[in-house]
Write a protein that binds this ligand. Structure first.
Ligand code: FES
Ligand code: FE2
Length: 477
């Protein structure tokens, strides 16, 4: 437990006292990790599962993190969640394998038999009400009170096509916690997406190191040279001078290319590389539709032409997907009215990467100070409800089966973790202009560890909206 700092707050080990410098011990120190387990995670909305994984009444799935297991279940009266321990002697009543023993979540349907504890057979219905205490007469009456035998509910909420749980019964609702960005993504159709595939891998790195590899595009030139080569002007423009951010800037890519057809071909090539490299995010069907957009009659100015073509591409994707019966927002309209980042981080452990209608998603869970479980989903639109993807395909982080872009990112993460231990390396040095998100979310972690008031913490979390590749912000924490 952290010591009191004397002002009603706790003393944080290795705090971020200079926003441009992140102390390395935060990435491996046992005490710091324990502080996160004690003061951060128990108050977080955690992404527990995708809604499509529990489509029918009685469907349940396990979610575990930081050694706590929760069972999420769909009931007649909505989604519920229960802490996964039998009220008798604590055996998990469903699933129960620790995350680092079984990286897929246990799941099933309890509508017929309810939940039955494997030890002495106590049982409950899907609402968590006790339906059997075997040999009741053997226990004192006071041990049989409903409050003693019913399952303990866990805070649960839904957003973005997912179920979220929170160990803190006093936490604000998830939309309040994450803020306006939830509404932005609602309009971008996030609820209508379904998983096409789901991969997982164990990374020998602190969970924050793993996440930070996805909080800026400054690494693209070196880590993803194929993307840089395909869109050199875009990336050079973004990192040569501050100010260019996110997908609304993408049309800049070929502004200086006088040949409009060549410029558009280059743009399509770059989208194709992203699509291939992520095996999704920009879905192949979206690239195929972009290729059909006519380019005659575009303005002569290449900048204007490519901007107009991009808008036409968004409109064409919308129109074509809708024609196929797939749910699709008006991509052009929402990208203007409610722009979103190419990569949006949802504090503390979830990401969405939107471009057109499809998106990728990441979820990260710590497995110890220097180990984490990293998952990727490819999310897309379907005309008919697809079969849900129930389990991740778990591969070694260097597996050639991973799509190229995450494989390139994964190649840096384990060696970066080793670098944290190098003599003379005391803190990371961040760019104040494009690596701000790393500083911003790290200081929010400190806010939780210190125990600053909830309103200040949520206000700071809201600052992470559109903060990908963004500046260090002044946070009132
Ligand atoms: S521990 Fe569950 S019935 Fe005994
Ligand atoms: Fe990357």
């Amino acid at each position: 437990m952290l010591k009191s700092a004397g002002d009603g707050l706790r003393e944080v080990p290795y705090p971020v006292s200079d926003p441009e410098r992140i102390p390395v011990k935060r990435y491996y120190d046992e005490e710091f990790y324990q502080a996160e387990l004690d003061h951060l995670w128990p108050h977080m909305w955690q992404n527990a599962c995708r809604l499509e994984q529990i489509p029918d009444v009685g469907d349940w799935i396990e979610y575990s993190n930081i050694g706590k297991s929760v069972i999420v279940v769909r009931t007649e009266s909505g989604i519920k969640a229960f802490h996964n321990a039998c009220r008798h002697r604590g055996v998990p009543f469903a699933g129960g394998q620790p995350l680092d023993k079984d990286y897929s979540s246990a799941f099933g349907n309890c509508s017929k038999k309810g939940f039955v504890c494997p030890f002495h057979g106590w049982a409950w219905n899907m609402n968590g009400e006790s339906t059997r205490v075997y040999g009741k007469h053997l226990l004192s009456d006071r041990q049989l009170d409903p409050d003693d035998v019913n399952l303990v509910p866990c805070r649960v909420d839904t957003w973005g096509g997912c179920v979220w749980i929170n160990l803190d019964n006093d936490a604000p609702p998830i939309r309040e916690f994450l803020g306006e960005v939830t509404h932005d993504f609602d309009l971008h159709g996030v609820e209508d997406l379904r998983a096409e595939w789901h991969y997982g891998t164990v990374l020998p790195a602190n969970w924050k190191i793993a996440m930070e590899a996805f909080m800026e595009g400054y690494h693209v030139m070196q880590t993803h040279p194929q993307l840089f080569e395909a869109s050199t002007e875009l990336y050079a423009g973004m990192y040569d001078e501050p100010g260019a951010r996110g997908m609304s800037e993408r049309p800049r890519v070929a502004n200086e290319n006088p040949d409009i057809k060549a410029a558009i071909d280059a743009q399509i090539h770059s989208f194709q590389l992203l699509s291939d490299g992520m095996a999704g995010m920009i879905h192949q069907k979206e690239v195929d539709i972009l290729k059909t957009v006519p380019i005659d009659g575009l303005p002569e100015d290449p900048g204007e032409a490519i901007g107009m073509w991009f808008g036409m591409g968004m409109a064409a994707i919308t129109q074509e997907l809708r024609k196929r019966g797939e749910p699709c927002p008006d991509i052009l309209e929402v990208s203007q009215s409610h722009p979103v980042s190419a990569v949006q981080f949802f504090f503390p452990h979830y990401f969405l990467l939107p471009t057109f209608a499809s998106m990728s998603a990441y979820r990260i869970r710590p497995l110890g100070p220097e180990k984490c479980f990293f998952e990727i989903w490819s999310l897309t639109t379907y005309a008919e409800e697809p079969d849900p993807v129930m389990e991740p395909t778990v591969l070694p982080y260097n597996s050639v089966e991973f799509p190229m872009i995450p494989r390139q990112d994964y190649s840096n993460i384990p060696i970066q973790q080793a670098g944290m231990h190098a003599q003379g390396f005391e803190f990371m040095r961040l760019s104040k202009d494009v690596e701000g998100m790393i500083s911003n979310y790290q200081r929010i972690i400190d806010g939780y560890l210190k125990g600053v008031p909830e309103e200040k913490l949520t206000a700071a979390i809201h600052e992470l909206r559109l903060n990908f590749d963004g500046p260090i912000k002044e946070l009132d924490l």
